[in-house]
Design a binder for this molecule. Structure first.
Ligand code: 5GP
Ligand code: ZN
Length: 115
């Protein structure tokens, strides 16, 4: 585990977080700086850097992350109102943490295109 990865440290329980779902493959927890009434991050337990490193990842795991994102949204009462899932990668997207994560945002009306 990269010692300097915040999300690996959250997975390891070294940094506290509000976990809303977890299983053998992934953890979902509330974003520390929420951009919507519901803002959850779904991450693999395994340190996958991001979109540039998907080749080495199991397709089943990547599919599982998306299904968990939908489950988290459903459990958060967002199925009817809708929600947004986002993966930021690189400087132009404003990525801050280089450990793959899916944002699940909902509970307010969002605009498109994103800012
Ligand atoms: P990115 O910009 O990389 O797509 O998103 C990283 C997200 O991680 C940001 O929304 C940021 O608020 C969140 N974040 C950064 N550090 C922590 C932390 O220590 N705990 C939690 N729960 N979220 C964090
Ligand atoms: Zn990591």
């Amino acid at each position: 585990m990269p010692e300097d990865c915040i999300f690996c440290r959250i997975v390891a329980g070294e940094i506290p977080s509000t976990i809303v779902y977890e299983d053998d493959h992934c953890v979902a927890f509330r974003d520390i700086n929420p951009q919507a009434p519901t803002h959850v991050l779904v991450i693999p337990r395994e340190h996958i850097v991001g979109m540039a490193e998907l080749e080495g990842a199991a397709p089943e795991l990547l599919g599982h992350l998306l299904m968990v994102a939908a489950e988290v949204a459903r459990d958060g009462g967002l199925a009817e109102s809708g929600y947004r899932t986002v993966i930021n990668w690189g400087p132009d997207a404003g990525m801050e943490v280089a450990h793959l994560h899916i944002h699940v945002l909902g509970g307010r009306r969002m605009t498109w295109p994103p800012g």
